[in-house]
Design a protein around this ligand. Structure first.
Ligand SMILES: Cc1ncc(COP(=O)(O)O)c(C=O)c1O
Length: 429
């Protein structure tokens, strides 16, 4: 390891993220990103990786897309963050476009600097609009780590920080309309928060009957349906928003990550006239100095233009199809790949080993692909190519996957055999 990289890791252990540094080292993926361009990143030591993690879609359009860099450069010549007490031209234009581009009659936008903060806004606004406190999420759901977002879905982190809010936050199993109805029937729920295709669960695709039921049950029992589109929005599932693939219209749509172009932090909660009612009553009820920063809004507008460009959409569709064909062929030959879940460019590859996603992440890293396992289902690796991926890179990642699957399977078998030798207990993979 180079002295420069070693120093970064040492300082990270000393001052930034001691636990994480150890976890990455143990997993064999101690990445420190240096150069980055398009869908490639280079470790400080020079190891080149095709990025299929995209930091959850933050780099949906690639790293440092030249048009976005140019937009930010030009914006820096003219404006700064702005003053959040007042509207700015880029923020109002972006809010107008989001109202126009989101399904149904979503009307107002509250800007934030992270997806978690935007989810907090959605919850606060839904509570104010309904006069109710309870928030329903799905088990193993993930919506960020701020106060309210961290309490929705999997709340282990909230509990860790003694910030769980029992009674106010409840969970139901994913894709289970009957359980959702039981939770909403009390008529105490202000909102149901659902990531359209849940990333940390390994991207299980919801049934369209479930998605329709979500909309109908929320309407029936007076709860606001909050669609978390932080990872599934911006063309990643095919249409601009994941909910459009299921023909449902939420009361709130939250976007983040990719809307920043990977260049300037911005996220947004887009609210119906009813949920956004607080904005008409109390203009300072939610404020954030950097929410709706003028620089970020300029970049986000360019992100929308690029995402909606017909060539981008055609390319994304073609690459999604190429992966469908390629992954099908690999799965037919390698039973270690148990299941391919795919909606557009949002994919989860489920292995037969309980830890297969982690093993595969390591094997892919060595092969020159950066992809991450699903946090709450370690048997799955998230496979997230960007909208502008080219066919040659697509084929390269498929070839590398094919090789990595063999390595990961062998690593899993060896590990299980070692456990059996040590404990006398048959490891179950
Ligand atoms: C689906 C989803 N929602 C919300 C968030 C939170 O976003 P942020 O990290 O910007 O707070 C994430 C982040 O990973 C996410 O994947």
């Amino acid at each position: 390891m180079s002295a420069t990289k070693q120093r970064v890791l040492d300082l990270a252990r000393e001052h930034l993220m001691p636990h994480r540094v150890d976890v990455w080292r143990k997993q064999g993926t101690p990445l420190v990103i240096g150069r980055r361009e398009g869908y490639r990143v280079w470790d400080l030591d020079g190891h080149e990786l095709i990025d299929l993690h995209l930091n959850g879609g933050t780099y949906n359009l690639g790293h440092r897309h030249p048009a976005l860099v140019e937009t930010l450069r030009r914006a820096l010549d003219e404006v700064d963050v702005g003053n959040h007490h007042f509207p700015n031209p880029a923020a109002v234009e972006l809010a107008r476009r989001l109202a126009e581009l989101t399904p149904g009659d979503l009307r107002y936008t509250v800007f934030a600097t992270s997806g978690g903060e935007a989810i907090d806004v959605a919850i606060k606004a839904a509570r104010h609009a309904t006069g109710r406190r309870v928030v329903v999420g799905v088990e193993a759901g993930y919506h960020g780590r701020t106060g309210l977002s961290g309490a929705v879905g999997d709340a282990r982190s909230a509990t860790f920080f003694h910030s769980e809010q029992p009674g106010d936050f409840v969970t139901v199993p994913f894709d289970d309309a009957a359980a959702l109805e039981r939770a909403l029937a009390t008529r105490e729920a202000a909102a149901f928060v659902l990531e359209t295709v849940p990333a940390t669960m390994g991207f299980p695709i919801p049934s369209s009957g479930y998605m329709r039921a979500v909309r109908e049950l929320c309407t029936k029992y007076g709860a606001m349906y909050v669609a978390d589109e932080v990872q599934t929005g911006l063309g990643r599932t095919g249409p601009l928003w994941g909910v459009e693939a299921f023909g449902v219209e939420p009361d709130v749509l939250v976007t983040g990550k990719g809307i920043s172009g990977g260049l300037y932090p911005i996220a947004a909660a887009v609210l119906s006239a009813r949920v956004g009612g607080f904005l008409r009553e109390n203009g300072w009820a939610h404020v954030a100095t950097f929410g709706g920063a003028e620089l970020g809004c300029r970049v986000a507008l360019a992100v929308l233009d690029l995402t909606l460009d017909p060539t981008t959409r055609t390319n994304a569709g073609a690459i999604a199809e190429r992966y469908t064909t390629g992954l099908r062929a690999i799965a037919a030959e390698q039973p270690f790949l148990r299941d391919v879940r795919q909606l557009g460019l949002v994919m989860g590859l489920r292995t037969t080993h309980a830890n297969g996603g982690v093993l595969l992440s390591r094997a892919l890293y060595d092969e020159g692909v950066w992809a991450m396992y699903a946090g709450f289902d370690l048997s799955v690796i998230q496979w997230k190519p960007g909208l502008l991926m080219d066919a040659a890179s697509c084929d390269l990642t498929l070839a590398r996957l094919s090789a990595a699957l063999k390595t990961a399977q062998r690593m899993g078998e060896e590990r299980d055999a070692a456990i059996t030798r040590r404990t006398g207990v048959q490891a179950r993979g």
